[in-house]
Structures are given as structure tokens and as C-alpha cells.
Design a protein around this ligand. Structure first.
Ligand SMILES: *[C@@H]1O[C@H](CO)[C@@H](O)[C@H](O)[C@H]1NC(C)=O
Ligand SMILES: *[C@@H]1O[C@H](CO)[C@@H](O)[C@H](O)[C@H]1NC(C)=O
Ligand SMILES: *[C@@H]1O[C@H](CO)[C@@H](O)[C@H](O)[C@H]1NC(C)=O
Ligand SMILES: *[C@@H]1O[C@H](CO)[C@@H](O)[C@H](O)[C@H]1NC(C)=O
Ligand SMILES: *[C@@H]1O[C@H](CO)[C@@H](O)[C@H](O)[C@H]1NC(C)=O
Ligand SMILES: *[C@@H]1O[C@H](CO)[C@@H](O)[C@H](O)[C@H]1NC(C)=O
Length: 264
């Protein structure tokens, strides 16, 4: 009797397992077809970084490039992405090693919670950005309307899209040159291509979590003051991140860093 039951159970289990296997196979096929379709759609409409460095940049954590970006633009933007990852991974390392009891951390985040900062850095560096699109065509005419001023802009009517103006290529420096163009006061963080790109990511709603991260204050003095007096918002303010990234990177790569300003 008990043997019969167990036999019955075994058969039931075999049946259930088969159903599950077949179900999984079908689901797999469907997903593969959908993925293939998406890949084709992407291929027809957008460029990726694959023309420059296939494997590394094929990863979805990077934005896609509009077909209007020419070879020179793609090369510059690829180096920019590289700098973005370099700066972010460097900051992450410092946060993990030194925690929040660190001069540079305290300067930009005061007594703000370490886990907020760690999460934001990790997120901005490695959230999937397949849907973020960088374009090089000045589609809204704002680059031309703001010559020698707009290096790029977020598109108000297309949240995931950012236009990069020619002025970006003319004025942005590499992170490896940190401090050689001036102090962080004279040559602020957004003048570094990789850090400026992080600033642009923060304009996209799914990356700023519907303005959880926002531009509450921008001037260096105000940013320092925010860390000191209002750390709840310092860990939510874009420019506190940009200054922290530049400061923490330069502090180790250049003896004494290159802050160039009085602390609040
Ligand atoms: C690519 O476009 C930029 C402007 O965005 C232009 O200055 C440059 O000459 C172009 N390069 C090539 C190879 O067409
Ligand atoms: C990317 O960044 C690394 C440092 O993290 C540097 O060694 C490398 O030369 C960079 N590559 C490019 C193409 O800029
Ligand atoms: C923070 O660092 C200072 C100096 O390195 C040290 O004296 C202090 O005990 C540390 N505080 C905490 C809470 O770890
Ligand atoms: C970024 O996330 C992907 C998974 O989406 C992971 O494979 C990769 O190792 C992560 N990279 C870093 C630098 O953490
Ligand atoms: C920044 O400094 C480097 C090294 O001195 C130089 O090659 C580069 O042209 C400068 N960039 C800007 C935008 O001033
Ligand atoms: C902190 O900063 C935010 C954003 O500027 C502001 O709304 C808030 O009132 C400030 N809080 C305090 C206590 O100053």
C-alpha cells in the first residue's frame, strides 16, 4: 500500500518535472525570439561602442550612441565612458576601504550615511543604461543657441536622451590630467569628461530615481556648506557627488590634491 502510494508519487513527480522542463524550454524559446527582435531593432536604430572596443563596451551598463555620432565623436565618448568607470570604481574602492570617517568624505557628505553614497556610486556606474541614448546632432538646436556654453543637454521631451554638443569635445579634459589644468575651484569637476558624463546621467529620471538625486545647489561654497549643515541633502545633491569624485581621485593621484578653496 505504502509502496503503491510512493510509486504513484514518483510518477507524479516525473510528470511534474517533465511539464516544468517543457514549460521552461518554451519560455526560453519565446525569450530568445523577443531578445533577437530587440537586438535587430537596436541594431537598425542605434550605434554602440562596439566599433571601438567590442567586448568591454558591449556591456549594457553603457548608454547607446545615436547614429549621428561620427567616428571622432565615438572615440571621444568611449574614452569618456572609460573615465566614468575609472572615477566611479576608484570612489567605490575608497568608500569601501575608508568608510565615512575620512577627510574627503566628510568634506562633501558631512555626517551623511555611507550606504546612501555607496549605493548611488554603484548605481550610477553600473545600472543598466541600454535605454539611455547619447546623440550628436543638436536635434533641438540648443547647442547652436548657446555657443561656447552648452557642452550638452538633457532632452526635456525625451527623458532618456542626452545631446552632446561640439563644445563638449572642445573643453573636456581627461581624468588622467587631474589637477594639471587648475585647482577644482578654477577647473571644476564637470570640466572632466568622465565626471561630466555622470552629471548628465543624473538628469535621466530612472537614474536620479525621480529626483531623489537632484541639483539642489551647485556653487562650490554652497556645496561645501550643504555637507556641513544639511548632510541629508548633501547625499542627494548631484554636485556633492561630482566634487567628491574629483577630490577623492585627485587626493591620491596628486600629492595633497588640488582643492583650491577654503572649506566652509
Ligand atoms: C565629427 O563631427 C564633429 C562635430 O561633431 C566634427 O568636428 C568632426 O570633424 C567630425 N569628424 C569626422 C571624421 O567626420
Ligand atoms: C581606460 O582607463 C584605464 C584606467 O582605468 C586606462 O589605463 C586605460 O588606458 C583607459 N583606456 C582608454 C581607451 O582610455
Ligand atoms: C575617525 O578617525 C579619527 C582619525 O583617524 C579617529 O581618531 C576616530 O576615532 C575615528 N572615529 C570613528 C568613529 O571611527
Ligand atoms: C556591473 O554589473 C554587471 C551585471 O549587470 C556585472 O556583471 C559587472 O561585474 C558589474 N561591474 C562592476 C564593475 O561592478
Ligand atoms: C588639460 O591639461 C592637459 C595636460 O596639461 C592638456 O593636454 C589639455 O589640453 C587640457 N585641457 C583643457 C580642456 O584645458
Ligand atoms: C536642506 O536642503 C534642502 C534642499 O536645498 C532644503 O529643502 C531643506 O530645507 C534643507 N534643510 C535644512 C534643515 O536646512
Amino acid at each position: 500500500m505504502s509502496k503503491q502510494i510512493s510509486n504513484f508519487r514518483r510518477k507524479g513527480l516525473v510528470f511534474l518535472t517533465s511539464v516544468l522542463c517543457i514549460g521552461t524550454l518554451i519560455a526560453g524559446f519565446v525569450l530568445a525570439i523577443v531578445a533577437e527582435r530587440n537586438a535587430v531593432k537596436m541594431k537598425n536604430t542605434r550605434k554602440t561602442f562596439s566599433t571601438v572596443a567590442t567586448e568591454e563596451w558591449a556591456n549594457p551598463q553603457f548608454p547607446r550612441l545615436h547614429k549621428t555620432c561620427n567616428t571622432t565623436d565615438v572615440e571621444f565618448l568611449t574614452k569618456t565612458m572609460n573615465d566614468t568607470q575609472t572615477v566611479a570604481s576608484y570612489a567605490k574602492e575608497q568608500l569601501l576601504v575608508k568608510g565615512s570617517n575620512d577627510t574627503v568624505y566628510k568634506r562633501w557628505f558631512g555626517d551623511g550615511p555611507l550606504y546612501d553614497v555607496l549605493g548611488v556610486i554603484e548605481g550610477v556606474a553600473n545600472m543598466t543604461k541600454m535605454d539611455v541614448l547619447l546623440r550628436c546632432d543638436d536635434v533641438d538646436g540648443l547647442c547652436a543657441a548657446n555657443p561656447n556654453y552648452y557642452a550638452g543637454h538633457h532632452r526635456e521631451n525625451a527623458d532618456a536622451e542626452t545631446v552632446i554638443c561640439d563644445y563638449f569635445y572642445e573643453t573636456r579634459a581627461w581624468i588622467s590630467d587631474i589637477c594639471s589644468n587648475g585647482t577644482l575651484k578654477e577647473f571644476p569637476p564637470t570640466r572632466y569628461a568622465g565626471i561630466d558624463m555622470i552629471h548628465r546621467y543624473f538628469h535621466v529620471s530612472f537614474i536620479n530615481e525621480d529626483e531623489y538625486i537632484g541639483e539642489f545647489t551647485e556653487e562650490a561654497e554652497d556645496v561645501l556648506e550643504l555637507a556641513k549643515a544639511n548632510s541629508t541633502f548633501a547625499v542627494r545633491n548631484v554636485d556633492n557627488y561630482l566634487y567628491y569624485l574629483a577630490d577623492v581621485y585627485s587626493s591620491v593621484h596628486v600629492p595633497g590634491g588640488c582643492l583650491g578653496m577654503e572649506e566652509a
